[in-house]
Design a protein around this ligand. Structure first.
Ligand code: C5P
Length: 235
């Protein structure tokens, strides 16, 4: 597959664990996501290593700081060769604009924003003084990210169809919480299947445990890719 829609979340405590899985995968099957745990444990060399192996890497560090610091962090992340990086939309317009200026449109690195963490419910939102329902806040923050000309957002696949309608086809929607029909949901609450995620307008499906814990990770990826390819040929 030329442009794989799966991003495998490498949620591992060490480079050895992560590389054991990566050895079985290949860049035609999937992209890879490195998050705070793995990055903090092993450092930036891993990003360069995975990139040298031909993988496109989403560096999921969710930057949230003053505009100047976020802009510099974004530049440093892009210099590692990351295919995609992200910031928190809650950092606000000035921070998002500074990040965009640091990683201009058309750079090799895509810049997206996290809207509202899916772990936050209504009571968490009230605790921090935000008004409205989670889906309204997600929509507002996604519009803000779009206004600041970011390339897209991370959102739940359940919110994707509405955001797709409102923000158009070029705005990239990256969706975690994906579970193939025969998989357990683990601690994810609002899940969709890969097929439903794509039908809802997701560009990229972030998938962790259903692939990382599978007996045969390659065959899970292949199965998902062929489901997605069937959808494309039916439309
Ligand atoms: O194992 P699982 O498929 O649940 O992993 C999902 C991945 O997506 C994890 O790396 C998790 O941190 C990430 N993620 C998420 N929900 C968000 C943002 C990121 O599950 N809102």
């Amino acid at each position: 597959m030329h442009d794989p829609r799966i991003i495998v979340a490498l949620d591992f405590p060490s480079a050895e664990d992560a590389l054991l899985l990566v050895k079985k995968l290949n860049p035609d099957l999937c992209r890879l996501k490195v998050g705070k745990e793995l990055f903090t444990a092993v450092g930036p060399q891993l990003i360069e290593k995975l990139t040298h192996q031909g993988f496109e890497v989403f560096l999921d560090l969710k930057f949230h700081d003053i505009p100047n610091t976020v802009a510099s962090a974004c530049k440093a992340a892009a210099n590692l060769g990351a295919w995609m990086i992200n910031v928190h939309a809650l950092g606000g317009r000035k921070m998002l604009t500074a990040a965009r200026e640091a990683i201009p449109h058309g750079s090799a690195t895509k810049l997206i924003a996290v809207t509202l963490l899916t772990s936050m419910d209504q009571s968490d939102i009230m605790d921090i003084g935000l008004q409205g329902k989670p889906e309204q806040i997600v929509e507002r923050l996604a519009r803000l990210a779009n206004d600041c000309e970011l390339d897209g957002v991370v959102c739940s696949a359940l919110e994707a169809s509405r955001l797709r309608q409102q923000l158009g086809n070029d705005f990239c929607l990256v969706t975690p919480g994906i579970r193939p029909a025969d998989c357990q949901s683990d601690d994810q609450k609002r899940t969709t299947t890969p097929k439903q995620g794509i039908l809802n307008g997701s560009h990229y499906l972030v998938i962790g445990r259903p692939i990382t814990q599978a007996k045969n990770p390659v065959s899970v990826c292949q199965q998902i890719n062929s489901e997605i390819a069937k959808l494309a040929s039916n439309h």
